[in-house]
Ligand binder design. Structure first.
Ligand code: CP
Ligand code: NVA
Length: 302
């Protein structure tokens, strides 16, 4: 593994390597003396807002012995039109790794190719791989295993987070259910790429999808970059909310998860959010541990 650009590009063993190392990073936090990023300087290059991803990478890089700089894409020449290829070739001569949050998946891929330094996708319009790796870690931590489980995604099924879930379902043995209105379901192109082997069920029927599932998961209705569609999205997705009635259909032990930030009264009610706050904030915390695992695995390569 030279880069972490997508769940698509990982195989099952690589996913489990990250999850197991993430568990051990969590267990040994504050006591491990191994500093795999010692002498290294990494950059976070972000074109979109972030709380969890930014803080967890900044803390994680420092805890692994590295130094880190945050670069807002609008503050560097990239924002004034310097090509990604040139930005990447300059940064590749100075930095030891890059963590990028942007719009187009191809931009992270181009950066990785031209910089020749480990590059991590910290969210694009197409995938949010670090999120789903931390989520898998959380599910294993809470339920013992992801294999054989059923994860039910409710809401905007066409955005980055469910897309990464779709890829995860194609690599690991669990069932993914997506409940979304027709126009917010994963694209046929994505499903064709993933192939028929993955256990993925897509429906407009939110109650049918939730019935008996092990995990109920949601994401914002208006992803970053989709603000102009906000009114339409709030109307179309109004019935795709995680609330106590929906949770009562899931398995009694079901986890309620959300990548956050959460908009109460939209994709999740305030009551359901607070009932499941422990899981939700453990999930957020696991971003740190899972990403430290990713950083260590990437940093050890020459
Ligand atoms: N879930 C997540 O990626 O959060 P941020 O946008 O705050 O980084
Ligand atoms: N789908 C959301 C995820 C936020 C972490 C977005 O892209 O804004």
């Amino acid at each position: 593994m030279k880069h972490l650009l997508s769940i698509e590009s990982l195989n099952r063993d690589e996913i489990y390597d990250i999850l197991e190392l993430g568990d051990s990073m969590k267990a040994s936090r504050g006591t491990h003396s191994h500093q795999p990023l010692e002498g290294q300087c990494w950059a976070l290059i972000f074109s979109k807002s972030s709380t969890r991803t930014r803080v967890s990478f900044e803390v994680g890089i420092r805890e692994l012995g590295g130094k880190v700089m945050f670069l807002s894409a609008t503050d560097i020449q990239l924002g004034r039109g310097e090509p990604i290829e040139d930005t990447a070739r300059v940064m590749g001569r100075m930095l030891h790794g890059a963590v990028i949050r942007t719009y187009c998946q191809s931009d992270v891929e181009v950066f990785a190719k031209h910089s020749n330094i480990p590059t991590i996708n910290a969210l694009t319009d197409e995938e949010h791989p670090c999120q789903i790796l931390a989520d898998l870690m959380t599910i294993r931590e809470k339920l013992g295993s992801i294999e054989g489980r059923s994860v039910c995604f409710i809401g905007d099924g066409a955005c980055n987070v469910p897309a990464s879930w779709v890829w995860a379902a194609s690599k690991l043995d669990f069932e993914l259910r997506i409940a979304a209105p027709k126009s917010f379901q994963p694209s046929p192109e994505l499903l064709t790429k993933v192939g028929a082997n993955a256990r993925i069920h897509i429906t407009e029927d939110v109650r049918e999808a939730a019935r008996g599932c092990d995990v109920l998961y949601t994401d914002v209705w208006v992803s970053m970059g989709k603000e102009k569609e906000a009114a339409l999205r709030l109307t179309e997705l109004a019935n795709y909310q995680i609330n106590d009635a929906l949770v009562s259909l899931a398995a009694p032990h079901a986890l309620v998860m959300h990548c956050l930030p959460a908009y109460r009264g939209k994709e999740i009610t305030a009551e359901t959010f607070e009932t499941h706050a422990q899981t939700l904030f453990d999930q957020a915390e696991n971003r740190l541990h899972a990403q430290k695992a990713i950083l260590q695995l990437l940093a050890k390569k020459p």
